[in-house]
Write a protein that binds this ligand. Structure first.
Ligand code: WT7
Length: 659
């Protein structure tokens, strides 16, 4: 980590893109700034961060309704925060109930667009309310109670947000597992969460074909003794075996359920969900989030950073299997009573103009996606977006990894009509909502995430816990808590402390270490430089090297594996595996393919190693830790540094150059 300390900014981006005045004046954040009498954006951002408790209090009053008002904003016993003490709330009430009982009852909550062209459904807030209530009653009828965990393993169909909200309504804790994970990935997450119920579907549509999903659940649940029931949505018309006494069709479960259901009045700290994310060990970490924080953080940032208004048609392309889907497909937009698109399928089916056709058809005005998708479209060419009328777009936004300046300019010109600002949002599963991002009024530098948002005290520290001056870089930290912050790791308090709070505990206790490096240029603009740990970012998805390595090692021919990320034009990174075979096993191209396929079958398509190499040995420390950083440097043709302390320095020579 030492090399992160005070790295100087070498390259400077000098271009500035300004947002048209009408977009600025229309924006929620600008209107708030004017109302409060701040003269400049800088003055506003600074005041809100210095007075962060007052600021969050106002956001909590503005964006959420409380069954019982809270009496204390924050109780901070580092590393544990409690927000909105003494209050009662439920995020499902804020997201659904209150709209169903207001003028928004007939407003569209979701335009669902299935992958098969023409397979669409419009869901109003009142319809959403009924569907959530029926599923909530259905879950109750299966014995699900407050605090129980429900694993949700579904494609992007309406039943996914409906089941999340149904859990929230009755105080059950949802744990969504991305449907791109296979049986192994699902099994470890279901077992860790000790889920009572798994909700899945027969299958889903991908590139025109119905693909099965339920068999993964059957396999996973065999070794997950906590699971009592499996609920199955009929989506793809596939013939799937149903296990007597355990499996039940979703439509049968909700058929006779009443469309009214009591909404639990919860303590703001009651857990809303667990979401597993990858860390440096093979075991995924279950990040816990709370109801109170989720009533506030996502809604505030959906309104301020994404600038979603009542009359917008908003589309966040993320899958609910990731945090972006939780915060910006479900809780943020629904708490605002917004209208969103929910799209099931691939971006390139039936052709690579599909997304632009959806924007044209529904008049999407705020569009939130990921750099990997933008780069893929850029590669496919301007002719695709040119076929469609994209004039409805007012705001563009990006998340997941750095948006390179070239992609920024392409996105702005080809999708944003050369007008729309691009809100590049830096945040994490752990933060629950955006932390660093431009506002529509911010002059933008392509590739920069601009400044920490109002309410956050984000800084860059060197190794000793000193804030680095402008022009230098280091570790991103949070100096004060925020409502939608992670509360804990599910049943692993030690790891929670170690990974996020230990680093600066002796000098500045209560400092959150994000795990990313960043620099600030002379104007104070923030530039994200990537992770400080061994975590891969493949198509914006966080994948643990260690998890892929242990999947590879479970192949009968493999003795040991080391996994690194290789920079890729479209995906950001692709997975490269260096494999040491067991004694006597013959190397062959077929075996490479077989190992890659094996990893895919264990973890799912998200973790597929695109490149496999056989090596005799990999560099290790004397304690046996694989030195991925050394492997990566050698493989990419960069200086490997001092390797004299390695147990086997000669192994470095065996690592092939892969660029
Ligand atoms: C990590 C968090 C947060 C939703 C999606 C990913 C990287 C995220 C940006 C950005 C550069 C970014 C960081 C972060 N990251 N947004 N705008 N620019 N890097 O969630 O899986 O929890 O990953 O994604 O490295 O730590 P996640």
């Amino acid at each position: 980590m030492a090399e992160t300390a005070k790295t100087a900014v070498l390259q400077e981006e000098t271009r500035i893109f300004n947002t048209p005045q009408w977009i600025i004046e229309y924006s929620n954040s600008y209107q708030w700034m004017k109302k409060k009498g701040f003269k400049t954006e800088k003055e506003m951002r600074e005041w809100c961060s210095q007075n962060y408790l007052d600021f969050w209090d106002e956001m909590a009053q503005t964006y959420a309704d409380w069954f019982k008002p809270y009496t204390q904003i924050l109780e901070w016993n580092p590393p544990y925060a409690k927000w909105f003490l003494g209050g009662k709330c439920n995020v499902a009430y804020n997201a659904v109930d209150r709209h169903a009982k207001s003028w928004r009852r007939n407003k569209v909550a979701y335009y669902f667009v299935g992958e098969p062209v023409g397979d669409t459904k419009t869901i109003t807030y009142y319809q959403l309310y009924q569907a959530v209530n029926k599923m909530a009653n259905g879950l109750k009828s299966l014995g699900v109670k407050k605090g129980d965990r429900v694993s949700i393993y579904l494609p992007m169909i309406p039943e996914l947000p409906i089941t999340m909200l149904a859990c929230a309504k009755i105080g059950a804790i949802h744990s969504v597992v991305f449907s791109g994970f296979s049986a192994g990935g699902l099994q470890s997450r279901v077992t860790d969460a000790e889920a009572k119920v798994v909700v899945t579907s027969d299958g889903f549509y991908r590139r025109g074909k119905p693909l099965p999903l339920k068999p993964n659940v059957d396999e996973a649940v065999q070794n997950a003794p906590s699971v009592e029931k499996v609920v199955v949505v009929k989506r793809a018309g596939l013939d799937v075996p149903m296990k007597e006494g355990r499996d039940i069709w979703y439509h049968d479960l909700i058929k006779d359920q009443p469309a009214e259901c009591y909404t639990e009045e919860l303590d703001p700290e009651d857990r809303l969900f667990i979401l597993y994310t990858s860390g440096t060990t093979g075991k995924p970490k279950g990040i816990e989030h709370a109801h109170g924080g989720f009533c506030v953080g996502p809604a505030y940032t959906t309104a301020w950073a994404l600038d979603v208004h009542e009359e917008d048609v908003y589309w966040c392309t993320a899958d609910c299997g990731w945090i972006t889907g939780h915060s910006y497909v479900v809780y943020g937009p629904l708490c605002l009573g917004a209208t969103s698109i929910l799209y099931e399928g691939a971006p390139d089916y039936p052709d690579i103009g599909r997304w632009w056709s959806i924007i044209e058809e529904y008049g999407v005005s705020v569009f939130y996606t990921a750099p990997t998708a933008i780069r893929m479209f850029m590669k496919a060419g301007d002719q695709w977006p040119k076929k469609y009328n994209l004039k409805s777009i007012r705001i563009l936004a990006s998340v997941g990894e750095p948006l390179n300046p070239e992609a920024y300019v392409w996105f702005r010109n080809n999708i944003g009509g050369g007008q729309a600002p691009i809100i590049d949002t830096w945040w994490q599963t752990e933060t629950g909502c955006h932390v660093i991002a431009p506002l529509p009024m911010t002059p933008e530098k392509p590739g920069s995430v601009a400044f920490p948002l109002p309410g956050f005290n984000t800084d860059i520290y060197d190794e000793d816990g000193n804030s680095v001056p402008l022009g230098y870089g280091g570790n991103i930290v949070q100096k004060t808590p925020w409502p939608s912050m992670l509360r804990a790791f599910f049943r692993d308090p030690e790891r929670y402390m170690k990974e996020y709070w230990q680093m600066y505990w002796d000098v500045k206790p209560g400092t959150y270490l994000a795990g990313d490096k960043a620099t600030r240029d002379k104007d104070g603009y923030w530039w994200i430089q990537g992770r400080i740990d061994d975590v891969l970012k493949v198509a914006g998805h966080r994948i643990s090297n260690a998890e892929v390595e242990s999947a590879a090692v479970s192949h009968p021919a493999v003795a040991e594996a080391a996994v690194i990320g290789k920079p890729d034009e479209v995906k950001g990174e692709v997975i490269v595996a260096f494999i040491i075979l067991k004694e006597g096993v013959q190397e062959s191209e077929d075996l490479k393919k077989d190992i890659a396929k094996h990893v895919r079958s264990v973890l799912g398509p998200v973790a597929y190693p695109e490149i496999v190499y056989f090596v005799k040995d990999v560099p290790k420390t004397r304690s046996g830790k694989i030195m991925r950083r050394v492997i990566k440097a050698k493989a990419l043709g960069k200086p490997v540094g001092d390797i004299s302390a390695l147990a086997n320095p000669e192994s470095v020579e065996n690592i092939p150059l892969i660029v």
